[in-house]
Design a protein around this ligand. Structure first.
Ligand code: ZN
Ligand code: MN
Length: 504
């Protein structure tokens, strides 16, 4: 029998604000000495009063808008009561009845760059978002040997919980959803999205059912997934495990699973437990949250154009391939840098055809030379905005190649120097005497010399060995120290050789 997997995703995203959700302690706690980034509010001392972090609310609303959600205009905070050593108050301030954002969707691209199975066809899928609400993070338990320690530095960091509808149908789709969400929070600049550092944590819940069936199977939850890869591997493993059990007629247990990365298997963390009663009730120490029209408009204006929309635009306006469009939009800073190059490379007089040519050239330069040099300097893609070389300078370089002032090989040398020093390409070309030789008289003399110096190769060419032509072009380029205009050399050499043939 064939089975179908139904997956829903619950993700917690730490918001990258300066201070915590309800106090003035820093929200950036990574690598800080344990229990030094705390105050009476985030330690849950009796009588300490919380104050709402406006920036965190703004970030949450921006994510809600980017996820095409409705935004609750009047909402309030609630206490979610449970006891755990990392939760000093004995409750978490959260939102239950009226999440800040609800009823949205995200479009994800199921294509995977890393597998190399690249297709130009669109593989987009819409995944509905049920809700996104704001709450506070807990402290952290650290287990060493038979002792457990608790660090409250993270206690009270703003946390956005995002819950999907059960629309995900494979491990690859789960991976695609999570990378899209990660890219979205990074585009918005509201979170680092680093799963490895716990800034984004996800818990998939999944069940299998016979294909075509309307009933849902027994649901399991997977925890402790600290990378995108772990999410895909854990789900793929669970699909295999449950399919095998069902095929043998065995029942699936309703459990909470953990992912053992080293062994590549899921392990039972908790057996089925009775549903929690969190005794939610309105938080008496905080006022309700009101979102005005003006505030919402202001936040809407702060949501940038997202990756998929940019991809569509690059393909439509510049004729870029899907692959190039995906690469250039993987990071917002790269997309913006590319767009600046294109803007600088064209003015109102530039024809649409030429704009497309220059945009394609810019796309190639960025994906080859720019990325190569950034990698060699250990820079992340997001560092592109801080490079010495400016988008306008790459635009100049592209035009210098286009009008044949320099050839592409020389341009690569020039670019390396631009990358190091930030100097203008025209200055480098002048200082180093790199301008391309297109003068026909000079090149004709070079070609004549080459023909004379290589009589046997010339004979080979004349007897039909076309590949010798490339060798002769190479000799001519060498004679011009690489500055000869290859197109002109090609034409003149062809003329010289055919002239010899006619004379034979
Ligand atoms: Zn605090
Ligand atoms: Mn939560």
């Amino acid at each position: 029998m064939e089975y179908e997997v139904i997956i829903g995703m619950e993700t917690h995203v730490e918001l990258d604000t300066q201070s915590k959700m309800f106090c003035a302690c820093s929200a950036r706690f990574f690598g800080v000495e344990p229990n030094t980034n705390v105050c009476p509010v985030c330690l849950g001392m009796p009588g300490a009063l919380p104050v709402i972090n406006k920036r965190a609310v703004e970030f949450a609303i921006m994510v809600g808008l980017a996820l095409n959600c409705k935004i609750a205009r009047h909402t309030f905070w609630e206490r979610k009561s449970y006891w755990y050593p990392d939760l000093p108050k004995g409750y978490q301030i959260s939102q239950y009845q009226y999440p800040l954002a609800y009823d949205g969707w995200i479009e994800v691209d199921v294509r995977d760059l890393s597998t190399g199975n690249w297709s130009e066809e669109s593989t987009r899928k819409r995944i509905r978002i049920r809700r996104a609400h704001l709450e506070e993070d807990t402290g952290k338990l650290i287990h060493v040997g038979d002792k457990s320690y608790v660090d409250y530095n993270r206690s009270g960091v703003p946390l956005l919980e995002i819950v999907t509808e059960p629309d995900i149908r494979s491990a690859d789709e789960a991976y695609a959803y999570l990378s899209a969400l990660q890219q979205l929070v990074r585009y918005l600049g509201v979170s680092t999205g680093d799963m490895e550092k716990g800034a984004m944590r996800c818990e998939p819940n999944m069940s299998l059912r016979p294909k075509g069936s309307r009933e849902l199977g027994v649901k399991v939850e997977i925890k402790n997934l600290n990378s995108l890869r772990a999410v895909r591997d854990a789900i793929a493993y669970e699909i295999r495990r449950q399919t095998a059990l069902l095929a043998r007629g065995e029942a699936i247990q309703q459990v909470t699973l953990g992912w053992d990365e080293a062994r590549g298997i899921t392990v039972v963390q908790r057996e089925k437990e009775s549903a929690h009663d969190y005794r939610y009730f309105p938080e008496p120490d905080l006022p309700p949250l009101e979102v005005s029209d003006a505030w919402l408009d202001e936040l809407r204006a702060r949501v940038p154009e997202l990756a998929l929309s940019r991809q569509d635009r690059y393909r439509r306006d510049y004729g870029l391939s899907a692959y190039d469009a995906v690469q250039l939009t993987s990071d917002r800073a790269v997309a913006e840098w590319f767009e600046q190059v294109v803007a600088c490379a064209a003015d109102r007089e530039t024809s649409a055809e030429r704009v497309r040519m220059r945009a394609k050239a810019a796309a190639n330069w960025i994906q080859t030379e720019v990325f190569r040099l950034m990698k060699a300097h250990n820079l992340a893609l997001s560092d592109i905005a801080a490079l010495r070389v400016q988008p306008a300078q790459l635009a100049q370089l592209i035009r210098l190649v286009e009008d044949q002032t320099i050839n592409l090989n020389t341009a690569k040398q020039v670019f390396e120097e631009m990358f190091e020093s930030g100097a203008d390409p025209s200055r480098i070309i002048e200082a180093r005497g790199l301008a391309q030789v297109s003068d026909e008289g000079a090149l004709r003399a070079v070609v004549a010399q080459v023909v004379e110096a290589h009589p046997s190769q010339v004979q080979q060419y004349l007897s039909g060995q076309e590949k010798v032509f490339g060798f002769l072009v190479g000799q001519a380029m060498k004679a011009t120290k690489g500055k000869g205009n290859a197109q002109v050399i090609n034409r003149l050499l062809r003329e010289a050789l055919e002239g010899q043939r006619a004379r034979q």
